[in-house]
Design a protein around this ligand. Structure first.
Ligand code: GDP
Length: 331
């Protein structure tokens, strides 16, 4: 609790339930960097009390024996108001431990800060004592003063494996260690078929007034979440209340290697229209950037309503503004 007060006193960004908040019961589906901007914007616009985020865990993995859940933690830190300006990791963190590990000849390419390591150590110890990842997230949220519910998509271990010309790699090896430079031959989500939605996830989707598909990777973030058995049907059943925001502007993602994942999954086109086509069974409304307004007829021809606005979220004001537009479109 002392922790929470310290963060808030230091000008925490954790939103409160002010009068100006809208009255949506929101479920967001999200990955990490792009997804957390939207989740944070929704919290700023509508408060945290009525916000549930269902987060991709296909990027998770073990580093130095510790269970690291990058997408869950980006969202956790964003909602707690402690995320670093670069968009991941803990604010003002140092990397002394990682530097020390490198000195000992350990591979130190995955940026685990000293404060961040406390999260992973705590999670790993809880899991060793029998807790699920859902239970760990509840605990982390409570201790960091996050009122929203952050659910892993599943408590089962699910791991995204990328095959390139040089072999199979874990997701973070492909993305971070190797810089996502190689073309992708295949994407395999290990453990997905045997996974089931985490407790509370299907009920949250069924009970939401609005479901927001954040501008995250359609293949390795949202695609993975929707691939958990039962999840795609649960979202499709709420299609009239589901709105998705494009992670693509023009013919490129706002940031990151989404084209490579799209090509690797068999989609040659990288465009907002292609995104809308991937989501047409699960969303009734799709949000595209102003400069893609010409794509509107082609997307509407898919049977999806189109909202045109500025979908870039470089700062907190832009996140909140986009969230207001998204929620306003579903009012
Ligand atoms: P990861 O799990 O860290 O790879 O992150 P996500 O899957 O959540 O997000 C990656 C996607 O976010 C990329 O395809 C980006 O194009 C998209 N993205 C990042 N920032 C923004 C933004 O400000 N606006 C929109 N619309 N998309 C963004």
């Amino acid at each position: 609790m002392r922790h929470t007060i310290a963060h808030r006193a230091a000008g925490s960004l954790a939103p409160r339930d002010d009068d100006h908040h809208l009255n949506h019961v929101i479920v967001a589906l999200a990955g990490g960097t792009g997804g957390s901007k939207m989740v944070h914007g929704l919290a700023l616009a509508n408060g945290q009390a009525d916000l549930t985020a269902i987060i991709n865990t296909g990027d998770d993995g073990h580093f130095f024996g510790l269970l690291v859940c990058p997408d869950l933690d980006i969202n956790l830190y964003a909602l707690a108001g402690v995320v670093a300006d670069r968009g991941w990791g803990y604010a003002d963190d140092t990397f002394r431990c990682l530097e020390g590990l490198a000195t000992y000849g350990r591979e130190a390419w995955f940026g685990l800060g000293d404060r961040d390591l406390a999260t992973h150590i705590h999670r790993t110890l809880m899991v060793a004592d029998g807790a699920t990842v859902s239970e760990v997230m509840d605990d982390l949220c409570r201790r960091l003063g996050v009122e929203a519910r952050l659910h892993p998509m599943t408590d089962a271990p699910v791991r995204t494996i990328i095959t390139t010309g040089t072999g199979e790699k874990r997701f973070q090896e492909y993305l971070v260690r190797d810089g996502a430079r190689e073309e992708i031959d295949a994407i395999r989500i290990e453990g997905l078929d045997a996974a089931s939605p985490a407790p509370g996830v299907l009920d949250a989707i069924a009970g939401a007034s609005t479901v927001v598909i954040a501008p995250s990777s359609p293949i390795v973030s949202i695609g993975t979440i929707l691939g958990v058995p039962g999840m795609r049907d649960a979202v499709a059943a709420r299609r009239e209340h589901v709105i998705a925001v494009s992670p693509i502007i023009g013919n490129a993602p706002v940031e990151g290697p989404a084209q490579k994942f799209l090509r690797g999954a068999g989609y040659p086109e990288c465009s907002a229209r292609q995104m809308a086509e991937i989501y047409t069974d699960v969303c009734s409304t799709f949000v595209i950037h102003e400069t893609d307004a010409d794509d509107m007829p082609a997307i509407e021809a898919l049977g999806v309503r189109v909202v045109v606005t500025d979908i870039l979220m470089p700062d907190h004001a832009a996140r909140e503004r986009l969230a207001h537009t998204v929620l306003g479109a579903m009012a």
